[in-house]
Design a protein around this ligand. Sequence first.
Ligand SMILES: C[S@@+](CC[C@H](N)C(=O)[O-])C[C@H]1O[C@@H](n2cnc3c(N)ncnc32)[C@H](O)[C@@H]1O
Length: 193
Amino acid sequence: VRRFVIIGQTALASGDFSLDDLASSSGRLDALLRCVRAALLVSHGLRREVLVYLILRGGPSAPRVVRIDGRTAKFLRPDERSLATLLKKTLAVGAGPELAEVRPGLSLCEGDLDKVLEDLGDGSCYVLDERGHDVRGQELPEDAVFFVGDHLGFDEATLTCLQDYRRLSVGPVSLHSDDVVTLLTNELDRRAG
Ligand SMILES: C[S@@+](CC[C@H](N)C(=O)[O-])C[C@H]1O[C@@H](n2cnc3c(N)ncnc32)[C@H](O)[C@@H]1O
């Protein structure tokens, strides 16, 4: 299973955002939701072999982790408003210390990167960074884990935590997170044939 970890430094960890003004009321959760769409949704379907973790570090309920599992997820739709509605409902419930399924395929817990690393178990980890090794020259296993920053990039503490992992680039230009997920996914699709 391919896994993406998207780290939202300001993304609200509660459902207290407005669907009509998502970008400014949610601490840029909209950017994370576009990553979810890029990682999990294809034309008329869902990628069953992909899992996405969102680390939400914004607001008084933070930090929290949402895990979206393509193998069991239901009701995932490509438009941002539907995804935001689904997240809002997921985040409305109380979170415990362990990931627990709140809606089909969507699990929630209190915690930060350490919780995600614990849940990931084994798997080759890569940090997406435009200054990294070109993805085109790299062999990537099926169960690779990709860490992607948000509009602010990665904070120092996160970089320290991920310092042992290989840096991967999808090109020389600093792109929006969802575009990075799309390009990487496309590269892997092409390899799979
Ligand atoms: C909008 S960028 C972050 C910009 C932020 N101001 C910075 O300087 O780090 C969001 C994330 O996408 C990833 N990213 C952006 N461009 C990339 C590229 N060309 N190759 C690989 N990852 C990239 C990185 O993980 C980055 O943290």
